[in-house]
Design a protein around this ligand. Structure first.
Ligand SMILES: Nc1ncnc2c1ncn2[C@@H]1O[C@H](COP(=O)(O)OP(=O)(O)OP(=O)(O)O)[C@@H](O)[C@H]1O
Ligand SMILES: [Mg+2]
Length: 260
């Protein structure tokens, strides 16, 4: 039972990709997994080729649960065996309400406690923007993983995330892992960025483990466009299959280093 979040105050660095694959990997190991989208783009659905589920007519958004119009089970959307998603409708509006109605904060905490009792892992996928909801959910998280893109803008994202934790009075020790993403063996920029990130992490998040970098792999975008997760067992043309197998192997090695 653990609540794990991926966070970074920079868009498009791989937060959703990483948490989606980590969640799916744990589900393939027989764990019961829930991924809550705190991003009303709900891009986590794309990782599992389930975008059609975002705009279903059902009243099954996270917000309906808070408003008391749905039960805990009603908002769960099963996308794979042992793996469920929850979508959000309008997190800006929810954050406004949370700022004005303190009681709602308690409702959110209770909801997460209840899910945490039922699931082995509850993951939260954050957008790059932040709000009152972000603060509350980060505060509920047992572990935060900061995903960092390996270029100069990506490093800014790391700094801004640290700054955000400090400004919001969030405990930096909650950051358990740093996930460098987009490493390229033959390019200089990602190498330099990785070295800088390691130095800066030692200074600002000394208790966090910097994971080995996830390579820049075009297969990720290809399979996401096909609606296939890295841990799906599917027929693919030989070239794609070989690349997907390599990705799976890299991800497993990486995920086995995460001890939560
Ligand atoms: N290691 C990688 N190699 C190649 N492409 C990647 C890699 N990681 C992520 N991507 C691609 O980068 C894009 C952004 O990834 P993703 O949506 O996971 O980022 P994000 O941080 O969640 O973005 P947002 O801030 O919008 O929520 C996606 O198209 C994804 O397929
Ligand atoms: Mg995302």
């Amino acid at each position: 039972m653990a609540i794990i979040s991926t966070f970074c105050k920079k868009g498009g660095v791989g937060k959703t990709t990483f948490i989606g694959y980590l969640g799916h990997y744990y589900a393939t190991l027989g764990k019961k997994v829930l991924i809550v989208s705190a991003d009303d783009q709900n891009s986590i659905f794309k990782i599992f080729g389930a975008e059609d589920k975002i705009f279903e007519e059902n009243d099954n958004y996270f917000e309906f649960l808070i408003a008391g119009h749905a039960e805990l089970g009603d908002v769960l959307i099963e996308v794979r065996e042992n793996l469920y998603l929850i979508k959000t409708l309008n997190t800006d509006k929810l954050s406004m309400e949370l700022t004005f109605k303190r009681a709602q904060e308690k409702i959110i905490k209770t909801i997460f406690e209840e899910y945490n009792n039922f699931f082995d892992y509850v993951f939260i996928d954050f957008p790059p923007s932040s709000s009152r909801l972000t603060e509350i959910l980060l505060d509920l998280s047992d572990a935060v993983l900061i995903v960092v893109g390996l270029d100069s803008l990506g490093l800014n994202g790391f700094f801004n995330s640290i700054q955000y934790f400090i400004d919001s009075d969030l405990d930096l020790d909650r950051i358990k892992y740093i996930v460098p993403n987009g490493y390229s063996k033959n390019k200089r920029a990602p190498k330099t960025s990785l070295e800088k990130l390691k130095t800066q992490s030692t200074e600002f998040t000394p208790n966090a483990v910097v994971l080995p970098p996830l390579q820049d792999k075009s297969i990720i975008k290809n399979i996401q466009d096909m609606g296939i997760s890295a841990f799906d067992v599917v027929e693919l043309p030989p070239y794609d299959r070989a690349n997907k197998e390599l990705l799976e192997k890299d991800l497993k090695n990486l995920f086995n280093l995460i001890k939560i």
